[in-house]
Design a protein around this ligand. Structure first.
Ligand code: N2P
Length: 372
């Protein structure tokens, strides 16, 4: 017991001296020059990490995931070995409550000043004082489709502007043979289905959620694949003619299709009924081994030119106001990336799910996928 107390006292002293400016250099020198980052797949520019390593001498190990559920399972177990992770804001909110993250040391993040104050204020509703997280990019969930295939099946005059294309079983049945992808995540699909059915997308009422489940069961025979990243290539090479997926991923599919020059044209729309908007947040797990390097990395990403380069490459929207002048005009003018004021009215954030609703979502998903 005594030893333990002594240990605590020593730790407290070391921590106190780390907070002292004169010792900041020494403290970081003690940290090994490595950084472990866990980010979404297809979510960074090709040379971002190499440039960071060259400038800082910090070697980055970069792993990827494609759903909040996968990331959360790891975070809750702890000991992830990661120094920076990127959950969506509504997931981050309940992870903060679970004590998963350390508060950021804002004195190490001068580039926070580059962020859009309006978006920061919105984020602060779930991460008080923006204490634990920094926006990486944001986007929407919507419909990606093969322009020619949809015309072939529904006629030249058919306009894709509604979730009716994918959430109405009669329509989806016609698409099965050309490939239908849905995101493999209940939290991404159940709320838009509820919203399409005229219900509150964020209802916690079991009877209301059951309506989404019933509709998904009707749609199930026509969904050829549940996956949250493979739809990019599937759309680009013509293996899928429709996907419920994320804005930037679908624009990346459009770019890949164009580069392949094999006659595939891909487009993305925000359905007129409204859909989910989400914010992906960089945060540092409490047990991170390289928190100082993590701050250096987050501050690097916050540079206007670095942020713009990533945003231009992955086609997601940036909350970095100072970077907007460097974002390609084509992207800024694309209503699928930066929604119009009108489209914004229909966007909803996802709710922070209480554990029982979270369990219900997962049960629905398992039963949907296994057919039991
Ligand atoms: C990138 C996925 C975008 C993040 N492939 C979805 N929150």
């Amino acid at each position: 017991m005594k030893l333990k107390l002594l240990g605590l006292a020593v730790t407290a002293m070391v921590l106190a001296s780390c907070g002292n400016k004169d010792n900041a250099g020494a403290a970081s020198a003690e940290e090994e020059k490595v950084l472990n980052v866990y980010n979404w797949s297809d979510y960074i520019a090709p040379d971002t990490l190499a440039n960071f390593e060259k400038e800082t001498g910090i070697k980055v190990t970069y792993d990827v995931f494609d759903s909040n559920e996968v990331l959360e399972t790891k975070l809750v177990t702890g000991n992830t070995g990661y120094d920076v992770v990127v959950p969506s804001l509504t997931f981050l909110a309940r992870q903060i409550q679970a004590g998963v993250f350390m508060p950021l040391d804002k004195s190490k993040l001068p580039n926070l000043a580059n962020l859009d104050p309006e978006i920061q204020a919105n984020i602060a509703k779930l991460d008080k004082d923006n204490a634990h997280s920094v926006n990486y990019l944001w986007g929407t969930t919507g419909i990606g489709y093969n322009v020619k295939k949809i015309k072939e099946i529904f006629g030249d005059d058919y306009v894709v502007d509604s979730y009716d294309l994918v959430f109405n079983p009669e329509n989806l049945a016609k698409l099965k043979s050309c490939g239908v992808y849905f995101l493999d995540s209940p939290s991404e699909i159940v709320p838009p289905v509820l919203n399409y059915l005229g219900e509150d997308p964020n209802s916690f009422d079991e009877a209301v959620i059951a309506k989404a489940e019933a509709r998904l069961k009707e749609l199930r025979p026509y969904i050829t694949q549940f996956h949250s990243s493979e739809y990019i290539n599937a759309l680009a090479n013509g293996d899928a003619c429709v996907a419920v997926g994320w804005s930037g991923d679908i624009f990346q599919a459009a770019t890949r299709a164009e580069e392949a020059d094999a006659g595939v044209e891909v487009n993305y729309i925000i359905p007129k009924e409204g859909t989910a908007v989400w914010f992906d947040m960089m945060a540092i797990p409490k047990d991170a081994k390289h928190p100082n390097n993590a701050h250096i990395f987050i501050n690097y990403i916050l540079r206007p030119e670095v942020s713009a380069e990533i945003s231009n490459y992955v086609a997601y929207a940036s909350a970095n106001k100072a970077s907007l002048a460097m974002i390609d005009k084509e992207l800024l003018d694309n209503p699928g990336v930066y929604p119009t004021a009108d489209a914004k009215k229909g966007l909803f954030s996802l709710a922070v799910l209480p554990p029982e609703v979270d369990r219900l979502f997962n049960r629905i998903w398992t039963s949907l996928k296994t057919g039991q």
